[in-house]
Design a protein around this ligand. Structure first.
Ligand code: GLN
Length: 390
């Protein structure tokens, strides 16, 4: 038979999703792939029930159902502090996974360079391969995951077509400060570079940190391609509702890419999700307190298990430092942890370009009882640690 394509040889399957399969195999508490085990808001489920009867059940307009676009434009204009026009500045996608891919395909040509911070959300590796872009990695140094200004400038001197910024960061939990973003903005302007943001954790930013939308910075709206989704904000990761917000010129290109990639996001789910987009500020305040409690609980459990970690500023992940176990291969360690201790995490190396093996990523978007069970199991880590990999 002929060979499969060359491009598919340059990336591996998702390690995050592989860890979910491993977790299921060993009956571990799955703190690897980041998704909630609690329910979305009841009003949203009731709306979905109504939509099941009333429809729509056929294709929505490819770039988004008009009522969904209107509600999203209103909500994002409010939070981002910019004027987003429903019919000009948005394309609705199948999750931010498609949004990121469509954004890159819309602005990057084969062989163009794209700056990616490392550690990075693993999709960006595959995204650059599939779009023919050449990544320039800029290191974020733990524990604060700050970048070196000189290193970033040198990366811009290589004339990249775009930079990807995941803010709040996955897997780091880093929330970029306004000053850091302004510095990136000044480089993007000087070197005429697109800025592609992944802001799916925009509403999960722990006090006193604050989320700054890149598109809201002075003169940055035209230059920014903001990608996000409803998955994390409304606990509906399976609905696959994401979007790109950008200038009309970029959106016209992105609509074409999206049209031929997927035709459109699910029509009944867009219809039901209008309800969520209309929630008032109270919803977002509650969401933040809910995750703040989970973060505090889980970090306390890590303390009890005497695991070191880097406290997240946003999102719902925490990087735990496993240096003390003398780990040479964090993938083996994560498999061992799932098998022996019964808690699944993601080996940190999947996020790093550099050869860094001393982190594993846990997520804490789980019910209190699930986190407590994970904590109980992690207490046994010390007992097992002497027999590591046995
Ligand atoms: N964003 C989540 C994570 O990092 C889930 C990713 C996915 O599987 N789409 O774990």
């Amino acid at each position: 038979m002929p060979n499969t394509s060359e491009r598919t040889k340059f990336f591996t399957e998702s390690v995050i999703r592989r860890m979910t399969r491993i977790s299921n195999e060993y009956g571990a508490v799955n703190l690897s792939q980041g998704f909630p085990d609690f329910e979305p808001p009841l009003e949203l489920k009731e709306e979905l029930q109504k939509t099941a009867i009333n429809g729509p059940h056929q294709y929505a307009i490819t770039w988004g159902a008009p009522n969904f676009l209107e509600a999203l434009a209103k909500k994002q204009s409010r939070f981002m502090g910019v004027n987003i026009e429903a019919q000009k500045n948005i394309v609705v996608t199948c999750g931010s996974t498609e949004a990121m891919m469509a954004a890159l395909m819309s602005v990057v040509n084969m062989g163009d360079k794209v700056i990616v911070f490392s550690p990075f959300y693993e999709n960006y590796g595959a995204d650059t391969v599939l779009t023919g872009a050449v990544p320039i990695y800029v290191h974020l140094t733990p524990p604060a995951f700050n970048f070196d200004k000189k290193a970033l400038r040198e990366a811009f001197c290589q004339r990249p077509k775009a930079i990807i910024i995941c803010n709040p960061g996955n897997p780091t939990g880093k929330v970029f400060t306004k000053d850091e973003l302004l510095y990136i903005a000044s480089l993007a302007e000087e070197f005429d570079t697109w800025v592609i943001t992944d802001e799916v954790y925009e509403h999960i930013v722990y006090k006193p940190h604050k989320h700054t939308y890149f598109a809201s910075l002075p003169n940055m709206f035209e230059r920014t391609i903001s990608c996000s989704s409803l998955s994390k904000t409304y606990s509906i990761t399976g609905w696959r509702l994401g979007y790109i917000i950008a200038s009309e010129e970029v959106i016209n290109a992105a609509r074409k890419v999206h049209d031929f990639l997927t035709v459109g996001a699910a029509a009944p789910l867009q219809e039901a999700a209008v309800k969520a987009l209309e929630f008032d500020d109270n919803y977002y305040d509650k969401l933040l307190s809910h995750y703040t409690r989970k973060k505090e609980l889980f970090l306390n459990l890590l303390d009890d298990a005497k695991l070191k970690y880097i406290e997240p500023e946003g999102a719902y992940y925490v990087m735990a430092d496993i240096s003390e176990f003398g780990v040479k291969n964090d993938v083996e360690f994560a498999e061992w942890l799932a098998r022996k201790v019964g808690v699944a995490a993601v080996p940190g190396s999947t996020f790093f370009k550099e050869n860094i093996q001393n982190y594993i990523r846990f997520h804490f978007a789980k019910k209190e009882e699930t986190l407590l069970e994970a904590g109980k199991r992690l207490l046994k880590l010390r007992e097992f640690a002497s027999k590591l990999y046995v």
